[in-house]
Write a protein of this length. Structure first.
Lengths: 379, 371
């Protein structure tokens, strides 16, 4: 056992005597009843929206008044509750608000709770299973789906790894992490199921991307991990989902990508609002952020090795393997890749990091890609 | 940063050449003939949709997962072709009978179907202007304070393990994600309930938190599941059921009924996982019994805490008058008896029949329940 309670309750005579006396007689101590916590009665500001965490942002219970450093609560005590002596140390590693907080995190959580969809029933599987995709398109699509089901659960594992390390006072963030874990499990599920209904099954794993997943998983701090996962990786995946909707072989597949995009946008939103919070409150962290992004972008650029991702995209975009299909597919794929990188820099600019573009090797690579866009395929 | 790429790709001429070739139309198609099993899964029931059970086919299915998962340490999807140099992600739970349960797939599907949102699925406006006596509101607020503490721990438990469990056990990991969401929902709903009654939060509980911390700190996943899903989950089921039964308003009845639904899934998984574990590793029964004997005092820590016991007596009896407290104490004694009996029954059903015989709980409760 890694932790033992300060006492064995079944050996503590005073504890047991008191409990037994209470149960036998109904005589109560009631010291908990008059603790000096704030008396409030929160109400929904909008009956349609219901009672949200924002409605609970009141006084000592709220997140607005939460200080940067959580000094008092190292236990599981709910924020604002009376904390008697003797509460155990929950061993939270993250006790700085700026490490985890994001503007509107409470809004993202509430949205996630109301927008949970079901991969089992919300996709017309019976209809999809009867669709025979041409071999070229079917294999390319199955390969794209294999990549997507492979990478999705990193966004479960990584935030979950940090959930228990965050101070209990950050429960809005913990709750958001829990919704993200479920979102990503659903994404892994829907992409796996779709691959297994194409007639082709799963295809090849993606070694380079696996190394990128490990990079994300092994981040040193929650802030670093959130930057890499939520903003950079999921941001690029969001663009990929949009293009995947565009190149999807059926209407049901387009619906599938619209649903996953909805979830992904929330995660990216959290990542952006977290970075914005950090830049607004702690501008001295800029250099640390840049150094992290240097390596994150190295992995992004190295994804050029992932022909098991790029080539299916080309085939799906061009709708085939003939010369003219490939030429069209490459044209669309180049635009997608440019869009992916451009949107990444736009997000960073919106978060208060406009200088990233100047500093980034990825930005220079993008310029080369833009030049290549003007060059006909095959020349 | 703990992990770096093995090279600076921006200086990798091989990469530039490959990208040039591919984007000039020379596709490698290295992935095109993977040799993996073709599959065309279909829903067995159109109404039910395409479940993981429908995808339990061939090398893709969970039935095909071996007891010991060797050589698969990445996040590659089960059944896909492994090639190249895949990293070791760092999973420490790689044995099927340490995590699996026969009902885990069904429970995951149920978790998705039975989702609810506290913001809108509880009639909060019904509590506004309620004429409920302040003493009952205070007791409710105190119970909800403790339930929020319990939910925070119960949310953390799956989070501690999900990233350590091998990705081959996708269905279990997905269930754990559902469990995290369930407990996040409980954190939310109990906090909201405490902050709508005019009382605010009350007192965190030292014995409850000490007990929970010990359950959370179990060394292995099977022990964690036993402590959190079977023991603590069983207490949650009993508490929610009782609180739903004695609720005097629609909002509370709904809160506790919906929460009960969620907690029952955790218990079902925990019992199922224990059965699976002991079926494959029968020698663990003795060790798990020992673990229960060492940790069973945490049950007394939770149930005997004044922050939980006293408000339950008030709510069970309907108030603070002597007669009400007497009635409440009597109901709570009966409830305790039933709760412990249920725990023992679950453990016997799961294969730990020797534990109840050695447990100190009956002797402890005998004195308390004799009235």
């Amino acid at each position: 056992m890694a932790y033992l309670s300060t006492r064995d309750f079944l050996d503590d005579k005073a504890y047991l005597d008191r409990w037994q006396y209470t149960l036998r007689t109904g005589e109560l101590d009631l010291s908990w009843m008059n603790v000096a916590t704030e008396r409030i009665a929160c109400r929904p500001q909008s009956p349609r929206r219901g009672l949200t965490f924002r409605d609970l942002d009141v006084g000592s219970y709220g997140f607005s008044e939460m200080p940067e450093i959580i000094r008092e609560n190292r236990s599981f005590a709910p924020r604002g509750a009376a904390m008697p002596d003797g509460l155990p140390d929950a061993q939270a590693d993250v006790n700085l608000k700026s490490e985890v907080w994001a503007y509107n995190v409470e809004g993202y959580y509430e949205e996630a709770m109301s927008r949970q969809w079901n991969a089992t029933t919300d996709i017309p599987w019976a209809e999809l299973a009867e669709i025979e995709l041409p071999e070229t398109i079917g294999k390319a699509y199955a390969q794209l789906l294999t990549f997507l089901t492979e990478v999705e659960m990193i966004a479960t594992d990584v935030p979950a790894k940090w959930l228990g390390r965050l101070n209990a006072d950050f429960f809005e963030v913990k709750n958001f992490i829990a919704t993200q874990a479920m979102d990503e499990a659903r994404h892994a599920e829907v992409f796996r199921k779709r691959a297994l209904t194409t007639g082709f099954g799963l295809m090849c794993a993606s070694p380079h991307n696996e190394n990128n997943l490990k990079f994300l998983r092994d981040g040193d701090s929650f802030a670093e991990v959130s930057l890499g996962l939520h903003l950079q990786a999921e941001g690029m995946v969001l663009t990929l989902f949009r293009f995947s909707e565009f190149i999807s072989p059926t209407e049901a597949d387009k619906k599938l990508f619209r649903l996953v995009m909805q979830d992904e946008a929330r995660h990216v939103g959290y990542g952006m609002q977290h970075l914005k919070w950090v830049i607004d409150h702690f501008p001295e962290k800029r250099e640390t952020i840049h150094r992290y992004l240097d390596e994150a972008e190295n992995f992004v650029f190295g994804a050029g090795y992932c022909t098991e991702v790029t080539e299916p995209f080309i085939i799906l975009a061009g709708k085939g393997l003939k010369r003219e299909n490939i030429a069209e597919g490459i044209r669309i794929t180049r635009r997608f890749q440019l869009k992916q990188i451009e949107e990444y820099f736009e997000r960073l600019t919106k978060c208060g990091l406009p200088e990233r573009r100047e500093r980034s090797k990825l930005a220079r690579a993008r310029e080369l890609m833009q030049a290549a866009l003007d060059t006909p395929v095959g020349s | 940063m703990a992990y770096f790429a093995h090279k600076d790709f921006f200086s990798d001429t091989g990469l530039y050449e490959l990208v040039q070739r591919v984007m000039s139309g020379e596709l490698t198609l290295s992935w095109y003939q993977p040799g993996t099993e073709p599959a065309r899964c279909r829903p067995a029931s159109a109404a039910r949709g395409l479940t993981y059970a429908d995808c339990n086919v061939g090398s893709y299915g969970y039935d095909a997962i071996p007891e010991f998962v060797r050589g698969k340490n990445s996040m590659a999807a089960r059944g896909s072709l492994l090639w190249g140099t895949l990293p070791d992600i760092g999973y420490t739970v790689n044995r099927k009978s340490d995590v699996w349960s026969a009902n885990v797939v069904a429970l995951y599907e149920e978790a998705k179907t039975r989702r609810w949102a506290p913001a809108v699925d509880i009639p909060w406006s019904a509590l506004a202007g309620s004429a409920r006596p302040p003493v009952l509101e205070a007791a409710t607020a105190q119970v909800c304070t403790v339930l929020e503490e319990i939910a925070l721990v119960a949310m953390e438990a799956p989070g501690r393990w999900v990233y350590l469990i091998n990705q081959e056990f996708l269905e279990v990991k997905s269930f754990l994600c559902g469990q995290m969401l369930d407990e996040a929902r409980h954190v939310e709903v109990f906090r909201k309930r405490a902050l709508t009654g005019g009382q605010g939060l009350k007192r965190a509980s030292v014995p409850v938190e000490q007990a929970l911390r010990e359950l959370l700190a179990a060394d292995t996943y099977p022990r964690t599941s036993l402590g959190i899903n079977v023991v603590l989950g069983g207490l949650q089921v009993a508490l929610f059921r009782h609180l739903a039964a004695i609720a005097d308003n629609d909002a509370d009845r709904r809160i506790f009924t919906l929460s009960l639904q969620d907690a029952a899934r955790s218990v079902a998984y925990g019992v199922g996982a224990l059965r699976c574990h002991l079926a494959a590793q029968p020698h663990q029964a003795h060790a798990l019994c020992d673990h229960l004997l060492e940790t069973e005092h945490t049950i007394a820590g939770v149930l005997g805490s004044p922050e939980l016991c006293e408000p339950l007596i008030i709510l069970s009896g309907g108030g603070l008058e002597a007669e009400q407290r007497g009635r409440g104490a009597a109901r709570l004694r009966q409830w305790l008896r039933q709760t412990v009996d249920e725990l023992f029954a679950r453990l016997r059903h799961a294969g730990l029949g020797s534990y109840p015989q050695e447990s100190r709980l009956p002797a402890c409760f005998a004195a308390a329940l004799a009235a």
